[in-house]
Ligand binder design. Sequence first.
Ligand SMILES: [Zn+2]
Ligand SMILES: [Zn+2]
Length: 167
Amino acid sequence: MTNLQTLPPLPWHGGCQCGQERYKLTAWPLTLYACHCTECQKQSASMHGLPMLVPRNALEFTGNMKIWSRPTDSGNTTNCHFCPECGTRLYHHGTHRQEPEAVVSVKGGSLDHIRLLEPVGHIWLKSAQAGFRADPAAMCFEGQPESYEPLHQAFARRYPPVSSFKG
Ligand SMILES: [Zn+2]
Ligand SMILES: [Zn+2]
């Protein structure tokens, strides 16, 4: 799939389905991939999750959010932030990472120009839904990758940061 439209410079914007909650993203994402785990399928009530990893201190929110927390397989807790009006999930944050630059997972579909971005990889393919076909050019993992570094590198190669000013 060719992508003839270039990505906008930062900041990027996104929000929930009803528009009550909006955010501004001031740092280039570390990566964008599809997650086919059963938690993401339930959470999205759809085919897969679309995590966009960003540093927490690069996100600025306006509006009200609610938090639902769940334990993770690794023994930590994930705080799941969502719009209390329309229920759209906006981002997930592991509570064991409290430093400002900690990486959080924004729900990719909330980004205003998400149609310009293709996930660079697919994880948890062993639980992917029937009918799903991964792009052969994407990185594929049957389960959880040992490291997310290859997904970061693939995103940086595919989508080099756009400078907001010339020179
Ligand atoms: Zn909303
Ligand atoms: Zn998942």
